[in-house]
Design a protein around this ligand. Structure first.
Ligand code: KIV
Length: 274
């Protein structure tokens, strides 16, 4: 074999991610499509096929309407576009809360049909037992505490969590129960720094913050938010690009070219060099 033979890079796994506890912060972003996965793969430890895709790609008002079939389709696309990052897929609303068996059947479908290595569940009071059931049967699970987008209809909107002592105690207890049930990492969303730090110090697996301060073991953002695709994004999101402006300018330039008949390209250039 030549000395220049390609070194095969293996995909990160749940134990690799868990090993980041207290160490190098985890870099995580959402991905829903093959081209985006290709762009993010090399820089990220985790690509999350989040059910936020219902809002970001499909114009839904919240994540409640997202189906298992949508998650499978987008997870397949992300797997085709990545080879290094661990791919975690959100279990959508209604696919895991009903019974342990239902949760297992749907988690197994997500993993078998997409090839993704783990699922994420929003870890309300009843969910840690489901996490224990799944992990005991070979399904790596990421938890999600604090602001839980799938509870939006109960909560009456997307609201910061942990504002009262009672709520802080409950979120800390849920994070504990989630880690104790076998989750390999826990997303902590929409809580104040003091609570994020307390959770991070208290549990044995990495916390991944979103709108939860730098006190976590890693961070995750919705890629389209941090790339500036929308005219609005949550206050905690730093925009690293202005895709919205770039696309609007590009489309205007294209429209100007078409209208001015400045448009290059015919049968000869179609297959030739541009
Ligand atoms: O659905 C999602 O994208 C998420 C994260 C942003 C954590 O759950």
């Amino acid at each position: 074999m030549s000395s220049q033979a390609k070194i095969k890079v293996r995909r990160l796994t749940a134990p690799d991610i868990a090993a980041h506890k207290g160490g190098q912060p985890l870099v995580c972003l959402t991905a829903y499509t093959t081209p985006m996965a290709q762009l993010l793969d090399g820089a990220c430890d985790v690509l999350l096929v989040g059910d936020s895709l219902g809002m970001v790609l499909h114009g839904m008002p919240n994540t409640v309407g997202v189906t298992l079939e949508m998650m499978i389709l987008h997870a397949q696309a992300v797997m085709r576009g990545s080879s290094q990052a661990m791919v975690v897929v959100d279990m959508p609303f209604g696919s895991y809360e009903g019974s342990y068996e239902l949760a297992y059947e749907n988690a197994a479908r997500l993993m078998k049909e997409s090839g993704a290595q783990a699922v994420k569940v929003e870890s309300g009071p009843t969910v840690p037992e489901t996490i224990a059931y799944l992990t005991a049967r070979g399904v790596p699970v990421m938890g999600h505490v604090g602001l839980r987008p799938q509870a939006v209809l109960i909560n009456g909107g997307f609201k910061a969590k942990g504002r009262t002592q009672g709520e802080r105690d409950r979120i800390l207890a849920e994070a504990h129960a989630t880690a104790d049930a076998g989750a390999f990492a826990v997303v902590v969303e929409g809580v104040a720094e003091a609570l994020a730090r307390e959770i991070t110090q208290a549990i044995s697996v990495p916390t991944i913050g979103i709108g939860a301060s730098p006190a976590c073991d890693g961070q995750i953002l919705v890629s389209e938010d941090m790339l500036g695709l929308f005219d609005w994004s949550p206050k905690f999101v730093r925009r690293y690009a202005d895709l919205r402006g770039d696309i609007q300018r590009a489309v205007q330039n294209y429209a100007d070219d078409v209208r001015a008949r400045r448009f290059p390209g015919d049968a000869e250039t179609y297959f030739g060099k541009s």
